[in-house]
Design a protein around this ligand. Structure first.
Ligand SMILES: [Fe+2]
Ligand SMILES: [Fe+2]
Length: 331
């Protein structure tokens, strides 16, 4: 793959005291991949006592978790297995590639833009690493798209946010929503057996990284909130409400995506259910799918220190919605 298909984005340029992490030098063998997976999924602080939101310990341990669970995989050595024509067709026709690539493009810029505004060095560095990892996700996707001949809409230029905090909140809460469903869909794809296990393995670190990202985000929100004065706090809470309204508006399909040529791009706003059918090759009961998303969400967070806060809005909303969904009768 030509390096020209990869765009340039440099977190180090935006955040001068950030140093990009070192990556694996060689193509990792099974043992190295497994060790990295265990490391990235499990983390417990050696510090005793509670992590009071906003405290020095909460800050230090949140940032330490993020640093110490880093997975050093290198996108350029990922193997893209040869796919049977029907599997290739199934993957190429998933309506997610444009939005996935553009979401990573926006996320890296918005996270780096907000990180640059943070005075506290450890938190700045954690958010900068998060931005760097979003850039790596974009590289993984770009390499996959090129390997399988997926045609993408041209990307409109990414605009530097005027309000970096707003942009970071939109990105963070979006990740909380999207990752919750993505965890379930990934499991559906895995169980279906329709995709080669090597391809599932390639995306596994990306999935777990999104889990770390929203774990960091939930703890950043709590840390940030606890350090605000009462009037700053009111302003912040209003902003958070506005972000959720905006995300709801975006997700019910009122937002439009425009590509670099100014053409409107259609998005599939019911992707969770349609996507589950596309990756499993079968009809999926919505209730079952939501239960699976919950299970996977719990599983992905289960290895991290329980004193770190979890993103809980989506699990709570879905648990509430499940009360009104009837169980499918077995005939
Ligand atoms: Fe990402
Ligand atoms: Fe992320």
């Amino acid at each position: 793959m030509s390096e020209q298909t990869l765009d340039t984005f440099d977190v180090e340029q935006m955040i001068p005291d950030f140093t990009a992490p070192a990556l694996a030098q060689c193509t990792p063998d099974r043992q190295m991949v497994d060790a990295a997976e265990i490391n990235t999924r499990h983390w417990t602080s050696h510090v005793a006592g509670p992590f009071e939101a906003g405290s020095e310990i909460h800050l230090r341990e949140t940032c330490r978790m993020f640093r110490e669970t880093f997975n050093p995989y290198r996108p350029s050595v990922l193997d893209w297995p040869k796919l049977e024509p029907d599997v290739l067709e199934r993957i190429v026709s998933l309506p997610i590639w444009d939005i996935a690539v553009q979401t990573e493009g926006k996320a890296r810029l918005r996270m780096a833009a907000y990180a640059a505004t943070i005075d506290e060095a450890e938190m700045r560095s954690a958010l900068a690493l998060n931005a760097w990892e979003e850039n790596r996700h974009k590289e993984v996707l770009s390499r996959m798209v090129a390997a399988y001949g997926i045609t993408l809409a041209s990307e409109a230029p990414y605009v530097f946010p005027r309000d970096a905090e707003w942009a970071y909140l939109v990105t963070g809460y979006s990740e909380c929503i999207d990752s919750f469903f993505a965890f379930g869909l990934f499991k559906v794809a895995h169980r279906s057996g329709l995709f080669p296990p090597e391809l599932i393995d390639t995306f596994e670190p990306v999935m777990q990284e999104e889990c770390r990202h929203i774990l960091l985000f939930a703890n950043w929100v709590a840390w940030h909130r606890a350090r605000l004065s009462w009037w700053q706090r009111i302003r912040f809470e209003l902003k958070v409400v506005a972000v959720w309204v905006f995300l709801g508006w975006e997700r019910i399909g009122l937002a439009r995506t425009i590509d670099a040529e100014g053409n409107e791009q259609k998005q599939d706003n019911n992707f969770t259910v349609n996507g589950a059918q596309a990756v499993s090759g079968a009809e999926i009961d919505v209730r079952e799918l939501m239960m699976l998303c919950l299970e996977e969400n719990d599983e992905r967070f289960s290895g991290y220190d329980e004193r770190l806060l979890r993103p809980d809005t989506m699990p709570k909303l879905v648990r509430f919605a499940l009360r009104f969904m009837r169980e499918k009768k077995v005939k």
